[in-house]
Write a protein that binds this ligand. Sequence first.
Ligand SMILES: *[C@@H]1O[C@H](CO)[C@@H](O)[C@H](O)[C@H]1NC(C)=O
Ligand SMILES: *[C@@H]1O[C@H](CO)[C@@H](O)[C@H](O)[C@H]1NC(C)=O
Ligand SMILES: *[C@@H]1O[C@H](CO)[C@@H](O)[C@H](O)[C@H]1NC(C)=O
Ligand SMILES: *[C@@H]1O[C@H](CO)[C@@H](O)[C@H](O)[C@H]1NC(C)=O
Ligand SMILES: *[C@@H]1O[C@H](CO)[C@@H](O)[C@H](O)[C@H]1NC(C)=O
Ligand SMILES: *[C@@H]1O[C@H](CO)[C@@H](O)[C@H](O)[C@H]1NC(C)=O
Ligand SMILES: *[C@@H]1O[C@H](CO)[C@@H](O)[C@H](O)[C@H]1NC(C)=O
Length: 536
Amino acid sequence: MGIQGLTFIFLAALTATIPAATLDCTACAINRALPSSSGAKVNYVKHVPLNGSFTGSANDTFGPSTYTGLTSLCAVSVNVPSSANSSFNFGLFMPDGWNGRIITTGNGGFGGGINWADMVAFSHYGMASMSTDTGHISFAVDGSWGLNQPEKITDWGYRAMHGSVLLAKELVKSYYNANITYSYYASCSTGGRQGLKEIQLHPDSFDGLAVGAPAWEYPNLPASTLKQGLYNLPVEAPHHIPPELFPVIAAEVTRQCDPQDGLRDGIVSDPFSCNFRYEQLLCQPGVTSNCLTPEQLDTVYQFYDDFVDVNQTFVFPGLTLGTDASLLVASPNELGVDFFKYWVHGDPNWDLSTFTYADIDLARRLNPGNASSDDYDLTPYRSNGGKILMYHGLADGIIPTKSSLYFYNHVYRALLQKGLSSLDDFYRLFLIADMNHCSGSHNAPWYIGGGSQAVTGVTHSVPGFQDAQHDVILAMIRWVEQGVAPDEIIATKYKDDNVAKGVELQRPLCPYPLQAKYVGSGNNSDPSSWSCRSLY
Ligand SMILES: *[C@@H]1O[C@H](CO)[C@@H](O)[C@H](O)[C@H]1NC(C)=O
Ligand SMILES: *[C@@H]1O[C@H](CO)[C@@H](O)[C@H](O)[C@H]1NC(C)=O
Ligand SMILES: *[C@@H]1O[C@H](CO)[C@@H](O)[C@H](O)[C@H]1NC(C)=O
Ligand SMILES: *[C@@H]1O[C@H](CO)[C@@H](O)[C@H](O)[C@H]1NC(C)=O
Ligand SMILES: *[C@@H]1O[C@H](CO)[C@@H](O)[C@H](O)[C@H]1NC(C)=O
Ligand SMILES: *[C@@H]1O[C@H](CO)[C@@H](O)[C@H](O)[C@H]1NC(C)=O
Ligand SMILES: *[C@@H]1O[C@H](CO)[C@@H](O)[C@H](O)[C@H]1NC(C)=O
């Protein structure tokens, strides 16, 4: 049977529906289905008709947003007590045309609020979809809610996710009077951390993860975020790089690091093969503009070098060449500052200029929310048949790309000790050339239908290419359910990131450590002109 036939059977299975629901989509029925021991209570239940709209309440996101064009479904919001003085909420969509699966999505930064946007996208596949507010309401780059609120931080760290997964599964089973066939997870950033944490604590929660740019490490990640923000300060100092010089740095990186993938096209897709000569950026007699002083050049080194502190202690990987460091020009990001200010020191007046390694040490001892997903031995998850599809933009200025390589390689170390010689049978990592944090790029293909990857005009999946070769959600499902591992995923760039304007280019993403190389001839916008090759 050809690929066409397989795809057909696969999509047919995805849309197969289960007989009509056996519970009514009413608060009364849903309340009765919640285990009384959980103390959980329905906030509201609404039935959304086909092509109808849904608006969450101001209690479960940081402002009501309306989503339109939905599939017909039962929308549920539930409140769950988590300690004597804390609680969290979760939202659950149960489509009328359910296909037996459930998918959970996560959150961003320190954010609290139900991620209805990704739930809407995933419900279009026919899956039940769930998201928790993590126990509070806030924007992603705000950790002030955690001041003297250890229970709230624990909810954010892992407790709200696990409690929501358990209860959502119970509700889905009762609602449809059927067992769930497969349970999935897809999200980016903090969402990546939440998914990894959940399978480390409870390997049977999910059968597959599609996680992007995971903010998996605490406290070294926020320490690095803070440090990156401090490198270029104060603005009066001789080492400060003004915003207008960042494009100069970017252009020099592209000049030196673009050809390594076999094609000079303005896209740096193999930065790790680049032996970058920073000194090319220096001013010299006769060249006094669009260049850097030696002090400024030291700052560039700091952005891209690993963060190593007292006694040669490795703290966190630096940025990857090709990442636009201008994100770091203004003031240090609250994702670094607030963690130390509110969660570690419990002091809104903490002076970040006093930041030293001792603060990182203190943070490690306090371990706010036990949030780190640093349990590298994923044997229990793998033994359950679990799969991980991870991706990370090579131009991510928020979570250094190399932190995903660090995670991957530490899982590899842990499993090598257990006799496994490769992670490929359950865990694959795809680096996306030129992609920023979770989505977007200058001119490279980046869209794969993952969590928080919104493209103008796209409700879900990859329009025109709704298959497991282009859509990371379908790739995950195929891997879990049919055992077909993704040897490559083709990323898509729509013109101006607007689906109505058509496809601009597509290229394969390769599972690390393979690298996409231009084959030397052919239309370079066509994925068949590229192949995944080993560099060693
Ligand atoms: C779906 O609803 C929108 C309004 O939200 C309407 O403009 C559109 O015509 C509807 N489409 C169909 C197929 O009913
Ligand atoms: C929002 O929360 C407040 C306070 O907890 C509660 O009184 C109100 O009923 C909630 N509204 C909804 C729509 O859940
Ligand atoms: C909850 O109780 C803990 C422990 O007593 C306390 O530290 C925290 O401030 C309380 N949080 C709220 C929301 O009252
Ligand atoms: C769920 O699966 C169990 C074990 O296979 C089976 O006993 C039970 O009848 C199933 N429940 C439903 C509602 O299909
Ligand atoms: C660094 O190493 C020295 C010598 O072993 C030790 O005395 C000191 O406590 C270490 N500093 C930190 C911050 O760990
Ligand atoms: C913290 O999380 C790790 C897994 O990431 C787990 O092994 C450990 O038991 C947790 N510790 C506490 C105190 O919950
Ligand atoms: C190259 O491929 C792109 C994407 O498929 C297409 O739009 C473009 O027309 C092709 N160019 C040539 C010269 O064939």
